[in-house]
Design a protein around this ligand. Sequence first.
Ligand code: AKG
Ligand code: FE2
Length: 334
Amino acid sequence: MPHALSAEGEVPSFVGEKLYVNDGLLRPDQVGALRESSPDMPIEEIRRRYNEDGYVFLKGLLPREDVLRARQAYFEMLAPSGVLKPQTAPVDGIFDPANDKADYPGIGAGAADGNGKPGGSTAEKFVDLALAAHYADWYKETFCKHPVLKNMIARLTGWGDNTLGIRRSLLRNNTPGNKAIGVHYDQIFLRHGEPTSVTAWVPMGDVAVTGGGLIYLENGHTLGQEVEADFTRKAMESGLTTEESKNAFNQNMLSTGLLADGPLEYADTFGRRWLVTSYNAGDVVLHSPYAIHASTINYDPNNIIRVGTDLRFVNGSRPWDKRWDKDYEFNDGV
Ligand SMILES: O=C(O)CCC(=O)C(=O)O
Ligand SMILES: [Fe+2]
C-alpha cells in the first residue's frame, strides 16, 4: 500500500511527523525507533545493550527537577539577548518567533568551521551569553557533576573510582530552523586517548520528535570502527605522522571533522536507518565513541529551543585525551 501523502505532497518520516536533517526530509524507510531502556534494569542487561547497539537510551535516569532547574538557569542567563518570546517562562525556553534566527545561531553546529564562533556581530550578545553559561556554577559544578550520572557510568564500565568526567563539554542550543550537527562519531575528536570513553548525551528539557534531538545510525558503532580503521590506513598511506593522523581535521577528513554534513545521503550510502525518538527531561543516552550520530533540525511546533549537553567520561587510570582537560572555548582546536 502506498503511503498517504501529506498536504504538501511529502511523506512523513516517522509516526506521522516530518523529520528534517541538514540535507532534507528523511524518508520513512530511512527511519526507525531508538530502543528504550530503563535505569532499573540489571546493570548486566544495560551493558549488554550498550555493547550490542553502541548506545543505551536510559529513560528518566536523572531527576526531572534537576534537569529543569538547569534549563531555567540557562534561559535566565540568556534572556537579556531577547531570545525568548515575551511573557513566557524562562524554563519553557520558547524562541521569540519575531526574531531573526540568524541572530541566534547554535553552539556546536552553527559555525561553518565546526567549532568557531557562530554568527555575525548581531548574534554576538546571544553567542557570548551561551558561551558564558559553560562556566557558570549551576552548569559546571552542579549539572555536569551529577552523581547519578557518574554512578551509572561507573557501574556500566566497571571503572569504579577511576570514573572521570572530563572537563570540556559543549552546552548546545538548537534554535528553531537553524543548522543541526552533521554525521560523526566522537572518537574522531578524542584520538589522543583510548577508544573507550563514554558520552552521555543529556537533553536539558523535553524534546519533541521534531524538536531537534539526537539521532543514531542503526549499528553505527560497527561502521564507525570500520571508518576509523580506514582513516588510519589512509593516514599511513599518505605518510602522515602519528600526531597528524590523530588530528580530527587532517587532510583525509572534512574540515569540520565530520563524516558528512548530511544524514540523508549518508543513510543511503551505507543502507542504514536513523533511529529517532522524543526525549523527556531526565532521559540520557550513553553512547560509545564509535556510535555514529547526528541531529535533526529543530522544527518544534511550539518553537521550543532544544538545549542539550554532551558529557564525556573516561577511565582516569588509562591514557585519555588530555586536550579535553579544559573548559570549552571557540576555536580551541579540539
Ligand atoms: O547535541 C548535539 O546536537 C550533538 C551532540 C553530540 O554530538 C554528542 O553528544 O556527542
Ligand atoms: Fe557527538
